[in-house]
Design a protein around this ligand. Structure first.
Ligand code: PLP
Ligand code: COI
Length: 360
């Protein structure tokens, strides 16, 4: 079903000079563009009323089911401004597919892939002034769906709102590409076997907030989670996937075990690895193997990867037993080589031979 997205007849735009000021230092997720896309769903009518309206607060009954039972799923992707002024999305169809999978797990209705991509594309087109052009800046796009039905019984909501908002962003971490320090959480779990770990839903992030606070208390930037049963196997970070580069030119990342978010950056890097001389492997990775590899020098580099984080080198891992340093190469090593390859594709500085980029 193709939906027509109507634009508002009387939009209230922020002035160009105010947007330019925001673009000088956008931070991450602090400022929001003028508009949002909305599509309604009811169990009776299905998806209806696709529209782009001013970015304004929702009005929802306090009995709205998302407030009580967290029936919600979301996505994260970016629009990139190229040197010629054009704006491009990176793998929006992969986000659409993951969103459908997350919605299925959360018993939310699945928005057709074309409607997801079209809602993103039209919103970015309407708010194209908000796509920044500064070094490594982009427009972060946050599609999400929430159950809005006023009903306190525990069952899937019969009314759902799909919404897309956007935010001009710079680096996720304040230090940019400077190596980040990671707290390894071995007490609290983010997700459990058979739970929602492979879905991108708010509940997973709610469960990560206290461990993330503990990470800050230990002077770390991010939290890493291990498996919930044995507290032995590395899974992922609070908002990023995790990868290792060995001295033998292997790129190793924990396999998708149902508890890990199937990151689109992770997937792209597995494809790009051979182009920077790395052999890619997805397999279980134990915490002991990582610590031993760092101590013996068989592991050369560690990094975090995701839409927000892009690729960020990891400088250390700390847990209750102490701190494990990474000997980060002065030239950034292959982590930065991989990062440069990825962002050159995203910003159109080199040819996209994988069909990943789509013009807005
Ligand atoms: N893992 C978690 C928990 C995340 O929040 C993210 C970010 O979206 C990722 C991994 C990386 O996914 P992607 O590369 O699709 O952004
Ligand atoms: C993303 O990278 O899109 C995320 O959702 C992660 C979050 C840390 C912003």
């Amino acid at each position: 079903m193709a939906l027509t997205i109507s634009t508002p007849s009387n939009p209230s735009y922020l002035a160009d000079d105010a947007i330019a000021k925001i673009h000088e230092n956008p931070g991450f997720g602090v400022y929001f563009s003028d508009h949002m896309a909305l599509i309604d769903w009811t169990s009776e009518l299905g998806w209806t009323n696709a529209r782009i309206v001013d970015h304004t607060p929702f009005s929802m009954d306090p009995a709205g089911s998302v407030y009580h039972y967290a029936q919600e799923a979301f996505e994260g992707l970016k629009a990139y401004r190229r040197a010629d002024g054009s704006t491009w999305l990176f793998r929006p169809r992969s986000n659409a597919q993951r969103f459908a999978n997350s919605c299925a797990r959360l018993a939310l209705p699945q928005l057709p892939e074309d409607d997801f991509v079209e809602s993103v594309r039209q919103l970015v087109a309407v708010d194209s002034r908000w796509v920044p052009s500064g070094h490594e800046q982009s427009l972060y796009i946050r599609p999400f769906a929430v159950a809005t039905e006023s009903f306190l019984g525990v069952r899937p909501g019969k009314a759902v709102t799909y919404c897309v908002i956007t935010s001009p962003v710079g680096s996720y971490f304040a230090g940019g590409v400077a190596p980040v320090d990671i707290w390894v959480e071995t007490h609290y779990s983010r997700v459990a076997n058979g739970g929602t770990g492979a879905a991108k839903c708010g509940g997973n992030y709610a469960a990560s907030l206290l461990p993330q606070e503990i990470a800050y208390q230990h002077g770390c930037n991010q939290v890493m989670f291990v498996d919930n049963a044995e507290h032995t196997w590395v899974e992922e970070l609070g908002g990023m996937n995790f990868a290792i580069i060995t001295k033998d030119d292997e790129l190793i990342t924990p396999e998708l075990n149902g508890n890990i978010l199937p990151g689109i950056t992770r997937d792209s890097l597995l494809t790009l690895a051979p182009e920077v001389g790395l052999t890619a492997q997805e397999r279980p990775v134990s915490l002991a193997e990582v610590y031993e590899g760092l101590a013996k020098g068989t592991i050369a580099e560690l990094f975090a990867c995701g839409t927000a984080a892009v690729i960020t080198p990891i400088g250390s891992l700390t847990d209750e037993s102490g701190r494990h340093e990474v000997n980060v190469p002065a030239d950034g090593g292959r982590t930065i080589a991989l990062r440069n390859l990825l962002i050159d594709i995203q910003y159109g500085r080199i040819a996209d031979t994988h069909g990943w980029t789509e013009q807005v």
